[in-house]
Design a protein around this ligand. Structure first.
Ligand code: ZN
Length: 429
């Protein structure tokens, strides 16, 4: 495994250049679902075959996306960190982290999803100077202390109306923002608390990623057909409902917004708007549940007995969390020591030799200027004038070498720059 850490002001540009020159199956890790979708769009715009994957997608869609990636219809999967667990694809050539992971354990596990077939794979970590603060903000500013946990737990029990001694075996649903604003608690801290309670076995915590929407057609079949005849986006949605949910005129149906969005090409917010209009015109009955968390309670509520066994450990737990984040920052910002050895060291393995292929100064020898670059540039310009940016994106060499080569080719009058700042070959008449 070749560990490379790259400082860049333009992560997406760097990524596009990398993938233009390395066409092997890859995973790009992002920290949020929204980000996976944005990055995918940016890579697609640059002509790369890629797709996104995250926990908010329905099982069917996940299956389809995964299949396309395994069969290499799409080479690049832009995903949140859960992706890759239990997936056996041996020829993943690159794992990219667009942000620093929260711990060495996570980093090691995620990079380990590349190169399982034994060939040299790359673990590429892209870094922007602001990343260190971002990581601390995200993972360290919201660590709850024991007082907060006690308060949050007691608020939670009142919110869910769980009497003392009860709760065991019941399932509860809530909206995190609504809960925290009612008790004036910091939302992220509350969520961290829920995660601790789940880790300690008080309840199982399931994140629900989409609005649960229930729809029933309450107009007559003929009225529905009239709506369809009027055309437009509303017609498409009504037609979809009637075709997909046979019973929609008789019973409430759970509908999947992401599925409708996929089939109709409309965004989920557009679909909700159409639902709301249909509801106001008394065409449908509509219920939108804005639940985002489900709790499956495992123990009876016994306040201090529920919390005491682990409250004492919270301080220590928080200290370890800070340390893990710091280890990751140290790894990323280190320029001298061998990256692979830093990782192995962290897991207790001592190596005497360096890996000679990571991005540390001690492993990276001075790279010689690639002489074939002149010919590569000439070949490229035979296809027409190109801007410096286009040349960077099309050739495998480092930009600094390309700049040098372009200068030399201009000096010996092989190429010239036109008014649009594009380079062209002088002997092309
Ligand atoms: Zn090394």
């Amino acid at each position: 495994m070749c560990y490379e850490t790259l400082q860049t002001e333009d992560k997406i540009g760097t990524l596009i250049k990398y993938f233009n020159n390395n066409r092997n199956p890859a995973i790009v890790y992002c920290r949020s679902r929204v980000r996976t979708e944005q990055v995918t769009q940016q890579l697609k715009n640059a002509g790369l075959k890629c797709d996104f994957f995250h926990g908010g997608l329905s099982t069917d869609i996940k299956k389809e996306k995964l299949g396309d990636w395994i069969s290499e219809k799409n080479l690049i999967m832009v995903a949140t960190s859960a992706f890759g667990m239990g997936i056996d694809k041996s020829n993943v050539g690159t794992v990219v982290h667009l942000l620093l992971p929260e711990s060495m354990e996570a980093f090691y596990q995620e990079t380990g999803r590349a190169g399982r077939d034994g060939t040299t794979a790359k673990a590429l970590l892209l870094l922007h100077p602001s990343d260190y603060d971002q990581l601390k903000n995200q993972f360290l500013c919201h660590l709850p202390d024991t007082e907060f946990i006690k308060k949050c737990f007691s608020n939670l029990c009142s919110y869910l109306q769980i009497p003392y001694g009860e709760g065991e075996g019941f399932e509860y649903q809530l909206n995190l923002k609504e809960f925290s604003s009612r008790y004036k608690l910091n939302t992220k801290k509350s969520f961290e608390t829920f995660k601790i309670l789940a880790r300690e076995g008080v309840f199982e915590l399931v994140q629900v990623y989409q609005n649960k929407t229930k729809v029933q057609m309450i107009c007559s079949q003929n009225q529905a057909l009239d709506t369809i005849n009027q055309g437009g986006k509303t017609a498409v949605v009504v037609q979809y409902l009637m075709r997909t949910y046979e019973d929609v005129f008789n019973n409430e149906q759970w509908v999947k917004l992401d599925e409708i969005s996929k089939r109709t090409g409309f965004s989920q917010s557009e679909i909700l708007k159409i639902f709301n209009n249909l509801f106001q015109n008394k065409n449908i009955d509509l219920q939108i549940h804005n639940t985002d968390l489900e709790l499956f309670w495992n123990v009876p509520r016994e306040d201090q007995y529920t919390l005491n066994p682990f409250l004492n450990n919270i301080k220590e737990y928080n200290r370890i969390k800070v340390q893990k984040v710091q280890t990751m920052i140290d790894y990323a910002s280190e320029t001298e020591r061998c990256k692979r050895n830093m990782i192995l060291n962290y897991f207790g393995e001592k190596k005497r030799t360096k890996c000679k292929q990571c991005s540390s100064d001690s492993c990276r020898s001075e790279e010689p200027f690639p002489k074939e670059l002149f010919q590569l540039i000439i070949n490229l310009l035979k296809t027409g004038p190109k801007s410096a940016y286009e040349i960077y994106g099309s050739l495998p060499s480092k930009n600094e070498f390309i700049v040098l080569a372009l200068q030399q080719l201009q000096e010996n009058k092989t190429i010239t720059q036109n008014d649009a700042n594009q380079f062209y070959l002088n002997d092309e008449k």
